[in-house]
Design a protein. Structure first.
Length: 387
């Protein structure tokens, strides 16, 4: 579809077709393969424009691989506000680097959100109306084509964290024959207790009336304050706290994160499950904005066995792809049950469930014991199912 036609359709308010959303990408090499953080892992980066080719309509793919011949290939889909850049550089706290050092060729994606400058005012983000789950699944499909071309492997493992789990299910539902396994890191796709009364059209209209098409991770104190806090704790968690109740800035951040989503929901640094410094490093690498329309899409899909608004969930319930879930107990009981329900009712005859006691959401990624309790079991699972 010519660019002028695509642009006109978007201006007039017509959604892009599935074919346009999943159009082949023209990838440009942005970074030649080179040593990552001075170690044995090597990183390569590509980027590509995506329809409708607006100011922010771009994605990137990072490849992390070690010196061993690849035993399998993994495409990783980050969570909300996350990206494919390895902010945490120790393999003991970074799944990608751990796997890459052990013969798994890891590709990660930067969603379009990575290309929205954090200085952009929220009122200037009306184009994010078009960044639906279907649009992102099209981007993932284009990234998967690149991964297959660069790795020489037809069969990929697809992993997602949090919202990335929903996108992983959606992508696998459209391309199951070429996926060797689906890895769900604390997330789901369908609700164990669906509410069919959800009105997606009304929710979308409410977004349109507000004009706020992007959610903002900055919070009430603003982006600059948030980033300064994360950077300072990442650099020196033993520095002086701004609140006299705490000995150090690391202690202060630990308390904030411990109760941010209810006790232990986001992470458990107060109890020592994860470290403030590692969490600050991870959080400091976030993108500021995420398309709010995907909250509508995700809820509509979750609350129906088959959402008539989209085809990206049509195969759920009939999947044969092996699935492994690592689920935290720190989030709400419904969140935990949604993850288990999505995996066990997917149709797959090969489902592995790991319920991580005392883990919060981010602890799944960066807990002190994550290498032993998440990374190694996942590596073993991948190797057992590699084709």
């Amino acid at each position: 579809m010519p660019f002028v036609v695509i642009a006109l359709l978007c201006v007039l308010g017509f959604p892009l077709s599935a074919a346009a959303q999943s159009a082949p990408a023209e990838w440009r090499l942005e970074k030649q393969e080179s040593a990552f953080a001075g170690g044995t892992i090597r990183e390569t980066v590509w980027s590509a424009a995506r329809p409708p080719h607006g100011l922010f309509d771009r994605v990137a793919v990072h490849r992390y691989r070690g010196t061993e011949p690849a035993r399998a290939v993994l495409l990783y889909l980050p969570g909300t506000n996350m990206n494919g850049i390895a902010a945490v550089k120790e393999e003991s706290h970074n799944l990608w680097l751990f796997l890459a050092a052990r013969g798994i060729e890891v590709f990660t994606i930067d969603y379009r959100t990575r290309f929205v400058p954090p200085t952009t005012p929220p009122t200037a983000l009306s184009s994010l109306e078009a960044w639906t789950m279907e649009a992102f699944v099209g981007d993932i499909a284009a990234a998967a084509d690149l991964v297959r071309a660069e790795s020489g492997r037809e069969q990929l493992f697809v992993a997602g964290f949090s919202r990335g789990v929903s996108l992983a299910y959606a992508y696998v539902s459209t391309d199951a024959a070429r996926v060797a396994g689906l890895i769900a890191l604390d997330g789901g796709f369908k609700s164990h207790a669906p509410k069919d009364a959800y009105d997606a059209a009304a929710a979308r209209q409410k977004l349109a009336e507000s004009g706020m098409w992007a959610s903002d991770v900055a919070g009430s104190r603003g982006w600059d304050w948030r980033q300064a806090l994360m950077d300072s704790v990442a650099a020196n968690p033993d520095g002086p706290a701004t609140d006299a109740k705490f000995k150090t800035k690391g202690d202060e951040l630990a308390n904030v994160l411990q109760f941010a989503w209810g006790p232990g929901g986001l992470a458990n640094p107060v109890g020592g499950v994860s470290r403030p410094r590692t969490l600050a490093t991870l959080l400091g690498g976030y993108d500021r904005y995420y398309p709010a329309i995907q909250d509508v899409d995700g809820r509509s899909i979750a609350d129906r066995a088959d959402d008539p608004r989209t085809a990206i969930d049509d195969a759920w319930g009939e999947l044969t792809t092996p699935i492994i879930l690592f689920a935290s107990t720190g989030m709400t009981p419904d969140f935990l049950m949604d993850g288990i329900y999505s995996a066990t009712k997917s149709g797959s005859p090969d489902v592995t469930i790991n319920v991580m006691e005392r883990y919060g959401h981010l602890d799944i990624l960066v807990a002190e014991a994550a290498q032993r309790e998440v990374y190694q079991p996942l590596l073993d699972w991948i190797v057992d199912r590699a084709k």
